[in-house]
Design a protein around this ligand. Structure first.
Ligand code: ZN
Length: 149
């Protein structure tokens, strides 16, 4: 940790305090210029927090995601294994981003891309809710786009 005053990398810890949310605050003194500064460490869970449209955050919930995909795939020839695999791939992709937070849109886009190649009816069902396709015209446009591609 560099000293913010002189950029020297060597400092000694003067005081350490643990916070209720798992963070650790350390008071340090630079061994070069003698200035004191604080550092704060906090654990970042491997999977980013999901920031919803309204700005609130929630833990990524793989079970809930699986459930959402399962509902879209109801009575479609999509196996439970495929659904689990898609949810697992999305979770891994989120972890690989190495970010503390990610927009719910990013998660939704991943589901939609996955469903599109898995089952087109399941995709349309999910898209109606997720993309907010509010009328038959919008749904038809989406279906036309699928048929063209
Ligand atoms: Zn310094």
């Amino acid at each position: 940790m560099r000293c913010p005053y002189c950029q020297n990398e060597r400092s000694r810890v003067v005081d350490t305090s643990h916070e209720s949310r798992g963070g650790v605050r350390r008071r340090r003194q630079c061994l070069d210029c003698g200035q004191r500064f604080s550092t704060y460490e906090r654990p970042i869970s491997a999977t980013p927090l999901v920031v919803k449209q309204d700005g609130t955050r929630e833990e990524f919930d793989r079970e809930k995601l699986t459930q959402g995909i399962r509902i879209s795939c109801a009575k479609r020839p999509v196996s439970a294994t495929d659904i689990d695999r898609l949810a697992g791939e999305i979770e891994s992709a989120l972890q690989a981003m190495g970010r503390a937070e990610v927009s719910s849109r990013v998660v939704g886009d991943m589901v939609i891309a996955g469903l599109k190649s898995l089952d087109q009816i399941a995709y349309i069902r999910f898209a109606i809710v997720y993309l907010g396709l509010g009328d038959l015209g919008a749904i038809r446009q989406e279906i036309d786009r699928l048929l063209e591609s």
